[in-house]
Design a protein around this ligand. Structure first.
Ligand SMILES: [Fe+2]
Length: 241
C-alpha cells in the first residue's frame, strides 16, 4: 500500500508543479494576462465541480447517505463540505454583508476549521439524513453561481484582490480533488459492507465513463471497472490510515 501512496503523491516540488501543469486549461501565468487567467479559471472551476457530479452518476441517494465507519464520510457530506469550503473561504470574505442560503450548513459541513466555529462530529456524519441530497445539490448550484458571478465581475475588485481570489479558487479546486478521491475510497468501503458486493460502477458504465473521467480531469487515482466494492479491502484500505 505504501507503494500506492508513493505513486500517487507528488514527491518533489517539480512533481507538484508538473501535476498543476496537467490541469485542463492551465497556462503559465507569465504568458497570460490577468483577464485571460480569469476566463480560464471559470472554465476550470466549472469542470472541476462537475467532475464530482460525474463521480456520483451511478450512485443512489441511499448509497450517498452511508457512513461505514468513523474514518469515512458519506458521499453526500463530501458534496456539501466542498461547497461549504468555497462559501466560507471565498463568498463570506469577498461579498459585503454576505447572506448564506443555508446558514445551518456551517455547523453540519465544517470539517476541522476551528475559526469557522463548532461542527458536527465526524463519526456522526452518516446520521444527517437531512438536509436531503436534493437540498445539498441545490446548495452546490447556489454556491457555484456565487463563485462564477464573483470571478466574472473582476471590475469590482482591485488587481491585488483579484489575484488573491483566483489563488483561493485554485485552492478550493484542489480541495475538491482531494475529496473526489475520498468519495471514491469511502463509497468503495461502504459498498464492501454489503453482502451482495454491489459494484460502484457497472462494467458497462465504467468502460465508457471511466475513460471520460480519466480524460476530463487530472486526478491521479486509478479508475477501472474492477473497482467493485468487493476488491476494496485488497486495494485501498491503507489509504484511510
Ligand atoms: Fe475538506
Amino acid at each position: 500500500m505504501n507503494e500506492i501512496l508513493k505513486a500517487r503523491a507528488p514527491t518533489t516540488d517539480l512533481d507538484l508543479r508538473n501535476s498543476v501543469r496537467r490541469e485542463p486549461g492551465y497556462e503559465p501565468k507569465d504568458r497570460l494576462s490577468l483577464e485571460a487567467t480569469e476566463s480560464s479559471i471559470v472554465d476550470r472551476f466549472c469542470a472541476r465541480r462537475h467532475y464530482s457530479l460525474a463521480l456520483i452518476n451511478t450512485l443512489s441517494a441511499e448509497d450517498m447517505q452511508l457512513q461505514s465507519m468513523p474514518d469515512t464520510s458519506p458521499t453526500k457530506w463530501h458534496l456539501a463540505h466542498t461547497t461549504w469550503f468555497f462559501e466560507q473561504f471565498i463568498l463570506v470574505s469577498y461579498i459585503n454583508n454576505y447572506q448564506s442560503p443555508q446558514p445551518q450548513f456551517n455547523y453540519l459541513f465544517n470539517s476541522y476549521y476551528e475559526q469557522k466555529g463548532q461542527r458536527h462530529p465526524r463519526s456522526q456524519r452518516g446520521m444527517l439524513s437531512r438536509p436531503s441530497l436534493e437540498q445539498v445539490l441545490a446548495y452546490r448550484e447556489q454556491i457555484n453561481k456565487g463563485i462564477c458571478d464573483l470571478l466574472q465581475k473582476p471590475e469590482l475588485l482591485a488587481n491585488e484582490s483579484r489575484l488573491e481570489l483566483m489563488a483561493l479558487v485554485e485552492l478550493g479546486m484542489h480541495h475538491e480533488m482531494q475529496h473526489q478521491e475520498l468519495m471514491l475510497t469511502d463509497i468503495l468501503h461502504c459498498l464492501s459492507q454489503n453482502p451482495l458486493y454491489p459494484a460502484v460502477f457497472s462494467a458497462k458504465s465504467a468502460s465508457g465513463q471511466g475513460k471520460e473521467l480519466v480524460d476530463s480531469g487530472s486526478n491521479q487515482f486509478s479508475f477501472h471497472p474492477e473497482w467493485a466494492a468487493g476488491v476494496w479491502c485488497k486495494t485501498t484500505i491503507g489509504l484511510l490510515f
